[in-house]
Design a protein around this ligand. Structure first.
Ligand code: BGC
Length: 766
């Protein structure tokens, strides 16, 4: 391998001096004035671009998955050999799923030392909720409504991933979803565009920090643009058809928030939107994202989504797909191999403008410069740092903190919780209670199996109780990523008797039930939302002998919990909480942490209600007419409301709201305040939520829309006045022409601890 000193290399790639094999630069570019000038990134990119052949520019637009055991020999035949050859020619701009300093260094070395221009690779990876130290799944983190904690969690993930050679994460996923059948709800922030936007902003800030060139920060990627969360019937990759108003007011806002936060990349997605696959959607990518929103980063396709346009029935073949995608503004091809094989010919034939290629390459190079990869392509490849940073205690502390904040207390009759710390006989039941992999959830590729603290381990730390444990039913099937998890544990009841025997003699039974980690996530759609397998049977069998049950749920999506709400005294929504899961759950169960999480998605009463969301439209027939006919918008068999509404969650203390006031300062400014009192006996936190309703508008508005929230910590008997200012941004909406408007008229303002808040007042905008 050719060795070049890093300094020479940095100059070489920025075009300051000529290097071996490179073309000769013109005198202006190599003049000493040019050499010493403090060029901004755009100038450096322009200089570099001028030296690149068409194939090299297209190479920047080509992303390959890790293609051989990088620590082993390079492949001599097949697909991998082709990729290797492309890498050496400078026809690869990025790789994904190459991780670990040694591996990243190897591929980077080829790009930097063996290609003509030595342009470094950008290395992407799905750092979704942690790298090796895993924090709660994003849906769970969102239940904290704690933006600082969420930002911190992304910061930690970035730092750990960066230490392993990664400089670009495919996160945050900011797809709004109202459909719990869709497995990827675990990866987003839930159903609400306002909360989703705040969280999207915090996550981007966390990953990218204030300076992308630091070795602790990585580029973020807002995905999947757009509409992926609205797959029909929640079936993965399914068709999406949504109207203008939903697109503008529900789907777009979190993406816009990531732009406000300075996100450097976007990912498009697998779905079609209103008949056009989004990967080939010019309106979304060129007109909205790069046009109206002035996004100057780059757009990567989703895995193979360029080629999938053929299956969608939008492109006639791969070449046509490449043409459509490039013209529509997809800058980088993830694993379709079509840009690298087809684009140059398409340009020569005049089907794709070279200006589009230049624009895409420019965007990609710009991000590489911002990351500091040209100054030091190996800045993420420090072995010592990798050893010291990954898995450090501070990351575990942050994961534990985030996990506790993510837990939602759904029910707690007669203060069954917190558990007493002494003298209680506790039977812990459920295979998930001792599982050390499932709590890691989905999207935890770099985490090792069996590394999460289990609930059993967490509870064992409280030594003064008598704790016994039985699985009751095994979950051992379906733990691996690519098997069909829906078949888990459907038949084997052989361990029921042991669990029932323990429950009979216990004071309290803690049952940990739910979904295994890989039961939600990509390609994990479900048509039922109950406890999978024999778990419900087990629960009811235990309930027959002991009604004092605390149900601890581990799951990646809202479930249907009617029986549970009706029969069980206590229910804790503990999602999949990551590496520190068991410690977090134990601390909540024993009252060392007072839960304050609030649901980021509505929990339905029946699958038939789905999609269900709090910010629905009123319809023309919203309630039972006076004559008591059936002709109003409802189901015959289940009421319209969810079992647990958006924003809902209890605490071990209680809160009271009073003295709601609203003052219209102008049409663009409304001041609202409310008094919050901790009326219980423990210190606790409450998420104060403000909703508005615009009663009549040129485009109908939802019955409620979240427009403000604040996380407040109060001692018992302490009161605090919470003040919100609503501006144009909160009071307005997008009309169907895409204009943002605030309309005069009557608005209701509701404040409380969930989306059913009934304390309200009215204002009128003139
Ligand atoms: C997912 C993306 C992910 C990509 C790379 C795709 O299957 O939809 O969200 O970033 O794979 O792993």
């Amino acid at each position: 391998m050719r060795k070049i000193s890093l300094i020479i290399l940095a100059y070489c790639v920025t075009g300051f001096i000529s290097c071996k094999n490179s073309t000769t630069y013109n005198s202006e570019e190599t003049s000493s004035a040019f050499l010493t000038s403090v060029l901004d990134i755009d100038q450096k990119v322009a200089t570099l671009l001028k030296q690149m052949t068409l194939e090299e520019k297209i190479g920047q637009m080509n992303q390959y998955n890790g293609f051989w055991d990088i620590t082993g020999p390079a492949p001599s035949s097949g697909d991998a050999a082709k990729k290797y050859e492309h890498l050496r020619k400078g026809y690869v701009g990025s790789m994904l799923n190459v991780r670990g300093v040694e591996n990243v260094r190897k591929v980077q070395q080829i790009a930097v030392e063996e290609t003509r221009l030595g342009i470094p690779l950008i290395i992407g990876f799905d750092v979704i909720h942690g790298y090796e130290t895993i924090s709660p799944i994003p849906l769970a983190e969102s239940a904290s409504w704690d933006l600082e904690a969420i930002k911190k969690s992304a910061q930690v993930a970035a730092e750990e991933a960066a230490a392993a050679g990664i400089n670009w994460t495919f996160a945050p996923m900011v797809d709004i979803s109202r459909d719990a059948r869709w497995g990827r709800v675990m990866e987003g922030a839930g159903e609400d565009p306002y909360l989703g936007s705040k969280i999207a902003f915090a996550r981007v800030q966390g990953f990218q920090g204030s300076d992308l060139s630091q070795h602790t920060t990585i580029a973020a990627c807002a995905k999947h643009f757009a509409g992926y969360g609205f797959a029909e019937s929640g079936r993965e990759y399914n068709t999406v058809d949504v109207g203008t108003s939903t697109l503008n007011n529900i789907i777009f806002p979190p993406f816009q928030a990531t732009i406000d936060a300075g996100v450097r990349t976007f990912m498009n997605s697998f779905n079609e939107l209103n008949g056009i696959p989004v990967t080939g959607n010019k309106y979304l990518q060129r007109d909205i994202l790069k046009g109206q929103w002035e996004f100057d980063g780059f757009v990567v396709s989703d895995w193979g989504s360029i080629e999938e346009m053929v299956f969608h029935g939008h492109a006639k073949d791969g070449k046509h797909a490449a043409e459509i995608a490039a013209n529509a503004g997809s800058d980088m091809d993830m694993e379709s191999y079509l840009y690298v094989t087809e684009l140059a010919n398409l340009v020569r034939e005049g089907s794709v403008k070279e200006a589009y290629i230049d624009d895409a390459a420019r965007r990609i190079l710009r991000v590489k410069f911002e990351l500091g990869l040209f100054e030091d392509p190996y800045k993420y490849c420090d072995r010592q740092r990798e050893k010291e940073v990954i898995g450090q205690q501070a990351f575990h502390d942050a994961a534990l903190d985030m996990a506790k904040k993510s837990i939602v207390l759904l029910k707690n009759d007669n203060q069954l919780l917190p558990l007493k710390k002494q003298g209680q006989k506790i039977a812990l039941i459920g295979a998930l209670a001792s599982d050390k992999t499932s709590p890691l959830g989905n999207w935890r590729i770099a985490a090792k199996d069996n590394t999460a603290v289990s609930v059993l381990e967490g509870m064992q730390a409280y030594k003064d109780n008598q704790l016994t444990y039985a699985k009751g039913a095994d979950l051992s099937l379906g733990k691996t990523k690519f098997t069909a998890e829906l078949n888990i544990n459907t038949t084997d009841r052989s361990e029921f008797p042991q669990a029932i025997a323990l429950a009979k003699t216990a004071d309290v039974v803690v049952m940990v039930l739910g979904e295994v980690g890989y039961q939600s996530g990509e390609a994990r759609s479900r048509t039922t939302l109950g406890l999978p397998g024999v778990q419900q049977e087990l629960l009811e069998a235990v309930f027959k002998v002991n009604k004092n049950i605390v149900l601890v749920l581990n799951n990646g999506r809202p479930l249907v919990l009617n029986w549970h709400q009706e029969h069980l005294p206590a229910i804790v929504e503990a999602w999949q909480l990551g590496t520190q899961s068991g410690n977090a759950i134990a601390q909540v169960l024993y009252g060392d942490y007072n839960p304050s999480g609030k649901l980021p998605m509505s929990f339905p009463r029946a699958v038939g209600q789905v999609p269900i969301y709090y910010n629905y439209k009123n319809t023309g027939r919203p309630s039972i007419p006076a004559s008591n006919t059936v002709f109003w918008s409802h189901f015959q068999d289940v009421e319209n409301t969810p079992l647990y509404p958006f924003g809902y969650g209890l605490s071990y203390t209680t809160f009271e709201y009073s003295a709601l006031k609203a003052k219209v300062v102008s049409n663009k400014k409304v001041e609202v305040s409310v008094m919050l009192t901790n009326s219980g006996k423990l210190t606790g936190k409450e998420v104060v939520q403000l909703y508005i309703r615009d009663h009549f508008a040129s485009v109908t508005r939802p019955v409620r829309e979240l427009k403000g929230f604040e996380l407040v910590r109060l001692e018992p008997n302490q009161s605090q006045r919470i003040v919100f200012t609503l501006t144009e941004k909160e009071l307005g909406f997008y009309d169907n022409q895409g204009n943002f408007i605030v309309e005069p008229g009557d608005y209701s303002i509701f404040i409380g601890g969930d989306s059913n808040a009934n304390l309200h007042t009215k204002i009128t905008l003139k």
